[in-house]
Design a protein around this ligand. Structure first.
Ligand SMILES: Cc1ncc(COP(=O)(O)O)c(C=O)c1O
Length: 424
């Protein structure tokens, strides 16, 4: 019988006796916070916990303002609306991301332009951005994916030259730093998700960061039924937030509850320590991975002064594993480790959850628009190679134990390497 756990052998890690860190983490501080909200009777609508969280989150990210919203999908939509992106505008997004990044562009009736990613970071390639810019381009949404950072120097330079908005999709990047500046403080707006699988979570939730008072005022009105933001006076009149009569802007309710804010406050207080631990472990794991034939860690730029890992990813090369397919490799690794091992996001030019043309009632704004949103016309070779052949993504909880866990992960991969012929 094979020694590989997938074929009935003993797993590298016995998760019955040695479980991975359980996610989400919480203790009596979260319980206390939730009880306080319960007893306060202020369960929602800019409650005290939400206000406290926004202050702390803005200070932590290094932006002037932070606002909460229902999730990391509507935060992108609100960010685009605040930048007054709409019909006739194009927004450049990477072809490798969760579908919400591109879907938010559709939600404001603009056109998502999908571009390829760098092969060694899976983040948007600045050269591809340059080539995709047209007179209609209004914004770029870089996504800092898994354990990598989009090249924010190059992106901000392009944006400045072409007068484009930059909305950083930081759903994976709570607290990571590029040249000492936190993700979400570099572009015009940062968009965060607090969904259950994320590095900070309230089950669901999202946040927006910005240092522009104008964008802040618009964002606050847009997330709160168009109401005039408290403390923001008439200076926004005529800047697009209010109608010509000085009315409030039309919008919906995208608020969160104070229960979520209570959880987020504690999540935020835990984050720096947790990020540091994950970053130290990831650096060590990447060193070990680099020594295994056929395994390539993601490229880490020197400007990534602190990384945040929503999943840790690496690239798998089948030739070094006797032609083993990446899907079988992932199953084998999952069996060895007893922890989820996944591929990367499906490329958006063939993603089954990104299918704008299944909704003609909403998206057939004109024949021209209908044609322009067809995902399949975009060429995304690096996204497709990552998805089809190379991507291996491990849950970030495996980075939250002792350093010896990293050796165990590397041992599990070496074991599969040694016994690859059993699976081919
Ligand atoms: C890159 C990216 N952007 C946006 C989102 C949307 O966040 P939410 O699930 O909170 O709507 C996600 C969620 O997984 C994501 O991974």
């Amino acid at each position: 019988m094979s020694e590989l756990a997938l074929l009935g052998g003993t797993p590298t890690r016995n998760v019955e006796t040695d479980p991975w860190t359980r996610w989400p983490t919480f203790d009596e501080r979260e319980e206390q916070g939730l009880i306080e909200v319960l007893r306060s009777g202020i369960w929602s609508y800019n409650g005290p916990k939400e206000q406290e969280f926004c202050r702390e989150f803005a200070a932590f990210i290094g932006s002037r303002y932070a606002l909460c919203a229902a999730n990391g999908t509507v935060t992108l939509q609100l960010a685009l609306e605040a930048c007054q992106v709409g019909l006739g505008d194009e927004v450049i997004v990477p072809g490798l991301t969760w579908q919400a990044t591109a879907a938010s562009v559709l939600d404001v009736n603009a056109t998502p332009i999908l571009v390829d990613v760098c092969e060694d970071t899976w983040c948007i390639d600045p050269n591809e951005i340059e080539q995709a810019i047209s007179p209609r381009t209004k914004a770029i949404i870089p996504v800092h994916l898994y354990g990598s950072f989009a090249d924010m120097n190059a992106i901000m330079e392009i944006a400045k030259r072409h007068r484009l908005f930059v909305i950083e999709d930081c759903a994976h990047k709570h607290g990571a730093e590029w040249n000492g500046r936190k993700a979400g403080s570099i572009g015009d707006i940062g968009s965060f998700s607090f969904q259950l699988s994320k590095l900070m979570t309230a089950g669901e939730g999202g946040a927006l960061t910005t240092s522009s008072p104008h964008l802040f005022a618009r964002l606050d009105a847009l997330r709160n039924c168009g109401r005039r933001p408290e403390g923001v006076e008439d200076y926004e009149k005529g800047a697009g937030i209010y109608g010509s009569e000085g009315n409030f802007v039309q919008s919906g309710n995208y608020r969160i509850t104070d229960f979520q804010a209570a959880l987020l406050l504690e999540s935020l207080r835990r984050l720096p320590q947790q990020n540091l631990l994950r970053d130290q472990n990831a650096k060590y794991l990447n060193q070990l991975l680099a020594e295994i034939p056929g395994i390539a860690p993601m490229h880490r730029d020197d400007r990534e002064t602190l990384e945040a890992y929503y999943n840790i990813a690496f690239r798998f090369h089948s030739e070094a594993f006797k032609g083993l397919g990446v899907q079988t490799f992932r199953s084998a690794l999952q069996a060895e480790l007893g922890s989820t091992v996944e591929g990367c996001y499906e490329p958006l030019n063939r993603c089954e959850l990104y299918t704008p043309q299944t909704k003609p009632s909403r998206h057939r704004l004109s024949a021209e628009y209908w044609e322009a949103i067809a995902p399949a016309m975009f060429k995304l070779p690096n996204c497709e190679r990552a998805y089809d052949n190379e991507s291996v993504c491990l849950h970030f909880a495996i980075l939250m134990g002792p350093r010896s866990d990293m050796e165990q992960i590397a041992d599990a991969i070496k074991k599969i390497h040694r016994h690859a012929e059993d699976l081919t």
